[in-house]
Design a binder for this molecule. Structure first.
Ligand SMILES: O=C(CO)[C@@H](O)[C@H](O)[C@H](O)[C@H](O)COP(=O)(O)O
Ligand SMILES: [Zn+2]
Length: 189
């Protein structure tokens, strides 16, 4: 049991170390934070979406922008597209589950906003479709993904691909990256 726990801790540590040593990955995190900070400063908003654990990450990230992360500052405009069960069920039922985020981007997205997509596989159809809709509407698109990056990494304007095939390990880096972005944004505030 202890060995299994240590193996999991070591696996997570290894991926953290790989990101730490990857200058391109660090630059991508820096660029994502800069894009979001600039959009918020110009009066634009961040629309955040993903499935399962990534839906939870979307809500977590939106909360830290609207409420606060660690510092007193003005409220930032961010919406998680994962929270309204009436909307999600109606779009899923009347259109298709693959449209649950894209339809909300159609309704809420404006040129200059940021679409922030989270999918550990990069293959979630509803996440990829929302990024395609966002691009068509003139939003800037940022993706957190993993594995091969899938269709999401190909579609997004800026993608960070976590070097792992394990959903849980990828998610652990995603929430760390979200916290780093929050810190970078608040440091500029
Ligand atoms: O949190 C977990 C597993 O750690 C799950 O809920 C996981 O997020 C779900 O299976 C998602 O549907 C996976 O989707 P994706 O990350 O591949 O887009
Ligand atoms: Zn999970």
């Amino acid at each position: 049991m202890k060995q299994a726990i240590k193996t999991l801790l070591r696996d997570s540590l290894d991926i953290h170390t790989r990101i730490l040593q990857d200058e391109d990955a660090v630059s991508r995190i820096e660029k994502a934070a800069g894009m979001i900070a600039a959009a918020l400063k110009s009066g634009n908003k961040v629309l955040i979406f993903g499935n399962g654990g990534s839906a939870a990450d979307s809500q977590h990230f939106a909360t830290e922008l609207v409420s606060r992360f660690q510092k007193e500052r003005e409220a930032y405009a961010a919406i998680a597209l994962t929270t309204d069960t009436s909307l999600l069920s109606a779009i899923g039922n009347d259109y298709d589950f693959s449209r649950v985020f894209a339809r909300q981007i159609e309704a809420l997205g404006r040129a200059g906003d940021i679409a922030f997509a989270i999918s550990t596989s990069g293959g979630a159809k509803n996440v990829v479709a929302a990024v395609q809709t966002a691009k068509a509407k003139g939003l800037k698109t940022i993706a957190l993904t993993g594995g091969t990056g899938g269709g999401l990494a190909q579609e997004a304007g800026l993608a960070l691909i976590v070097p792992s095939k394990t959903t849980a390990r990828i998610q652990e880096i995603h929430i760390l990256v979200i916290h780093i972005i929050c810190q970078m944004i608040e440091d500029r505030a």
